[in-house]
Design a protein around this ligand. Structure first.
Ligand SMILES: [Fe+2]
Ligand SMILES: [Fe+2]
Length: 271
């Protein structure tokens, strides 16, 4: 008889999994005992077809592609790839930061569960459009930033307050485009993801408040804990949904400053 698994064992298995099913094993009944020492996994094992390739080999169509089902499927494939990376990177954080407080560790486990639900939602939509997750090359857009993350505070600034923060806008922009194209199920999936991501961003915001230097405002603390090329210009879309940010708990300074920051694409071009 084996006993309940620990968070550490679960995360190691998840990062070593070579099937999509292995990435989707729910984090049920885990015990968070004996979490240390810290392990920094450089890159995840992947199922066949989902090996990470260079960004230039995994181009994603612009939002205009949402009008065409074949291009929409490719965009959804990129979103599914982001969810897979999120699942893995929250597992990475649990291994890298064994001494982080319980609120952080329990939060990461809960977020893995929701990222898994998002991946399933997008996989269903890809299949409804005649594709399969693994049909398109995938980039390591989030994984590329992992080596520069040294602390749990830098982690929440990178994942929560940059990538997931920007996704609040991307999800609503793409939901609107899916609706315009008459694809209500895809729009509903994107809406569901955005609702959940508000909570993920809130988790990051609350830990920013917990860990920032007392004399820093949250905006200052964010800016000093996210390393270039990431930063505020990558934490929003071409549109800016202030209500989502307020729902995530952001203070007025953070909302105002982010709203007045020009959005940039990876590579530095204007969004
Ligand atoms: Fe997600
Ligand atoms: Fe998320």
């Amino acid at each position: 008889m084996t006993g309940p698994r620990t968070v550490r064992e679960y995360c190691l298995d998840l990062l070593a999994a070579e099937s999509v099913g292995g990435k989707l094993v729910p984090p049920d009944g885990l015990l968070d005992i004996a979490p240390g020492p810290a392990i920094r996994v450089d890159s995840p094992s992947r199922p066949p077809g989902l090996t990470i390739v260079a960004g230039r080999q995994a181009r994603t169509p612009s939002i205009l592609g949402m009008a065409d089902p074949a291009q929409r499927r490719r965009i959804l494939h990129a979103f599914a790839s982001h969810e897979l990376q999120a699942i893995e990177i929250f597992a990475w954080a649990l291994l890298a930061f064994p001494d982080a407080p319980r609120s952080f560790r329990e939060g990461c486990v809960g977020i893995i569960r929701e990222e898994q639900a998002h991946l399933r939602l997008y996989m269903d939509r890809i299949e409804a459009l005649g594709g399969h997750f693994g049909d398109e090359p995938v980039s390591g857009h989030f994984w590329r930033r992992v080596p520069s993350i040294r602390t749990p505070l830098e982690f929440v600034c990178t994942m929560g307050l940059t990538f997931e923060n920007a996704n609040l806008d991307f999800a609503s922009e793409h939901a609107a485009a899916a609706r315009l194209a008459g694809d209500e199920p895809t729009a509903a999936a994107l809406d569901r993801v955005r609702r959940d991501e508000i909570r993920h961003v809130r988790f990051a915001w609350e830990h920013l408040l917990l860990w920032k230097e007392p004399e820093q405002t949250p905006w200052e603390a964010y800016r000093s804990n996210v390393s270039p090329p990431l930063g505020a210009s990558r934490a929003r879309g071409a549109t800016f949904d202030a209500d989502c940010r307020r729902a995530a708990g952001f203070d007025d300074e953070f909302v105002t400053r982010l709203a007045s920051t020009a959005p940039e694409r990876p590579g530095g071009a204007t969004r």
